[in-house]
Design a protein around this ligand. Structure first.
Ligand SMILES: *[C@@H]1O[C@H](CO)[C@@H](O)[C@H](O)[C@H]1NC(C)=O
Length: 301
């Protein structure tokens, strides 16, 4: 699908609103860890799911994942999920980030689609729900049956698989007018890559920028230090910030030295540490969701 020197990344917002090993990650050991930033709070709601190589798993069906059902009442009747799954399968990226997604749709549809694209490799997903500001509990999808949030979904070559450590957190700064506390999820695929996803405040932009700085300048370096991550590092998501040179809330203001950002011309961005070299980006329409899909190809320096 892609040669080993190529690395591809895929971001999509799937406005919609479930095997595997479900593991709740624990926050890092405080005693030995570097100083935890005050701009973020690590949370235990994060959910990690790993899948062994589909070809090797005796019980794995040779057919694509089952079509979703029961999405009535979801955004566009849930059609964004098969549409997103198909796009993930045909693109075959190494890493995918999704926003505004239900946990079950990640583990039952999107992650299996990536696993189908890479049948010899391991896949993982790390999901972090948004939180209700009023009572600090996990945000629910419509119907209250499932959790609502963002996920990073990745692939690791079987020979390189050493497991994944999952982190999730919320930002100390939140928009006053919203009931939805914004969060992030990060995955340290040991020895391979470190990837994060976030969905930042819709408004005001100043809040989104403060959250972006908390993620890029505080959370990412802290979690990389805590997990011992080295090498490929990518963050993607709906930042609710645009690239606008003249603006005091230009998304570029939260891109650290040594990182490069590419955007979809709107609010979705992919920010990669410079050991990954951007080659090109691509995007395209999605019928059933409110943002295009957006992808980037890299070479590994
Ligand atoms: C938390 O607040 C939300 C939104 O007001 C509400 O729907 C939900 O039931 C509350 N959850 C708990 C556990 O109180």
């Amino acid at each position: 699908m892609y040669s080993n020197t190529f690395w591809s990344f895929f971001q999509v917002a799937l406005l919609c609103l479930s095997l595997l090993s479900l593991v709740t990650a624990r926050p890092p050991d405080e005693s030995t860890a570097p100083t935890k930033p005050s701009t973020i709070q690590l949370r235990s709601e994060v959910v990690k799911t790993t899948l062994p190589p589909a070809r090797a798993a005796a019980a794995a069906p040779a057919t694509p994942p089952p079509p979703p059902s029961g999405f009535a009442g979801c955004y566009k009747d849930g059609k964004s999920i098969p549409e997103g799954s198909a796009r993930i399968y045909t693109t075959g990226p190494n890493l995918v980030t999704v926003n505004e997604i239900c946990l079950n749709d990640v583990t039952k549809h999107l992650q299996p689609a990536l696993a189908e694209a890479w049948p010899d490799d391991y896949t993982y997903s790390v999901f972090m729900p948004a939180l209700y500001k009023g009572n600090d509990t996990a945000y629910r999808c419509r119907g209250f049956k499932d959790f609502y949030g963002s996920a990073v979904i990745g692939r690791v070559a079987a020979a390189k698989w050493k497991g994944v450590t999952a982190y999730g957190g919320k930002y100390a700064t939140q928009a006053a007018a919203s009931n939805e506390a914004r969060t992030f999820a990060c995955a340290e695929a040991e020895g391979d890559h470190f990837g994060c996803v976030t969905h930042l405040a819709a408004t005001p932009s100043e809040t989104a920028l403060a959250q972006c700085k908390a993620l890029m300048f505080d959370a990412v370096p802290y979690l990389k230090a805590v997990s011992g991550a080295a090498g490929k590092t990518v963050v993607g998501g709906d930042f609710n910030l645009k690239y606008d040179k003249g603006s005091s809330t230009n998304v570029q203001l939260c891109v650290p030295n040594g990182y490069t950002r590419k955007g979809d011309g709107d609010v979705q961005h992919i920010i990669a540490m410079n050991s990954l070299v951007f080659q090109d980006t691509d995007h395209g329409g999605m019928m059933y969701t409110d943002h295009p899909w957006f992808s980037a190809d890299f070479t590994v320096r």
